[in-house]
Design a protein around this ligand. Structure first.
Ligand SMILES: NC(=O)c1ccc[n+]([C@@H]2O[C@H](COP(=O)([O-])OP(=O)(O)OC[C@H]3O[C@@H](n4cnc5c(N)ncnc54)[C@H](OP(=O)(O)O)[C@@H]3O)[C@@H](O)[C@H]2O)c1
Length: 277
């Protein structure tokens, strides 16, 4: 295992879909400890992550699962208490927060208050509370820069060169963009995902003053990805595989500049193209 100064990576949740793919990519393409979460059945999720192809022999040792449901803030603070205890003096180097649910509403009269509230709770309040508890682990202006880390897994698989600053990414969605909204529908999903654009911007402004070039925040759009989320659209439609989406996004994140005009605080898709709010 690398020294604490190299930091840790975190993916929440990682039970399936894009989050699971991020955990596998981080295990195979970095040497960092990878902390991942699931709402339940952590042992099964751990096995699922470790069943990924081409994982290095130390993947099992580096992976740690925590039980976390963003609808229950106490599970978030329990995780951060555990991180403090088990990874002392280890800063957060790369975080991807992924929770998302969709209750389909095609017309206004299909809106159900309880479902809409749940969408906001998971898609908007979820990333907000994760940010609240995880922000303490990000480097400040006076923290040392992360040490250089040699690339791993040379050979057929591509590898990641981690930057010397921290990156905090939140999964938004293109449909959360107001300027891109041409078809309507999905009221509560759209509105709750719009807030992720705002959260990334606001958190990044905080990081600019607290961390300077040592940490940045962004929002992401993963593309249309073949997961349970898109199951009803699988037939006859080209989609990205979760591992491809996670790989493209990680490459983009680790190549981003922490400069003021380097794209921080904005939303980027898997092709590295901006999604305007
Ligand atoms: N797939 C796409 O094409 C697409 C496009 C745009 C944006 N996105 C966004 O990308 C993210 C991942 O999507 P996906 O395609 O991987 O979807 P997915 O396969 O449906 O996975 C959704 C994830 O959210 C978790 N989750 C649900 N409620 C939660 C809660 N209360 N607390 C913590 N985690 C919770 C699920 O955990 P359980 O396994 O416990 O249910 C699961 O890990 C979502 O934010 C989604 O909005 C996806």
């Amino acid at each position: 295992m690398v020294s604490p100064a190299h930091g840790f990576a975190l993916v929440t949740p990682a039970s399936r879909g894009i989050g699971l793919a991020f955990a596998q990519q981080l295990l195979s393409q970095t040497k960092l400890p990878v902390l991942a979460t699931a709402r339940n059945k952590c042992d099964e999720v751990r096995d699922r992550i470790l069943a990924g192809r081409d994982l290095p022999s130390d993947a099992e040792k580096r992976l740690r699962l925590f039980e976390l449901d963003v609808k229950d803030e106490s599970t978030i603070s329990s995780m951060t208490d555990e991180i403090r205890k088990n990874y002392p003096d280890t800063p957060l180097r790369l975080a991807v927060t992924v929770p998302g649910i969709l209750h389909v509403e095609k017309t206004p009269h299909q809106i159900d208050a309880a479902n809409a509230l749940e969408s906001f709770q998971v898609n908007a309040l979820g990333p907000l509370l994760l940010m609240k508890h995880l922000s303490h682990f990000l480097p400040t202006k006076s923290s040392p820069a992360f040490p250089e880390m040699e690339k791993v897994g040379e050979g057929e698989r591509s590898t990641l060169a981690l930057p010397s600053h921290a990156v905090y990414a939140m999964m938004a969605a293109r449909v959360g963009s107001v300027s891109d909204n041409a078809s309507g529908g999905w009221y509560s999903y759209r509105a709750s995902k719009s807030s992720v654009f705002q959260l990334a911007k606001t958190f990044d402004l905080y990081l600019r003053s607290k961390s300077g070039r040592k940490a940045l925040a962004v929002a992401l759009h993963p593309g249309t990805v073949r997961t349970d989320f898109t199951k009803e659209f699988w037939k006859g439609r080209d989609m990205l595989e979760p591992l491809d989406s996670a790989e493209r996004l990680l490459r983009f994140l680790t190549e981003m500049s922490p400069d003021t005009d380097g794209g921080r605080g904005r939303c980027w898709d898997w092709k590295g193209e901006e999604v305007h709010p």
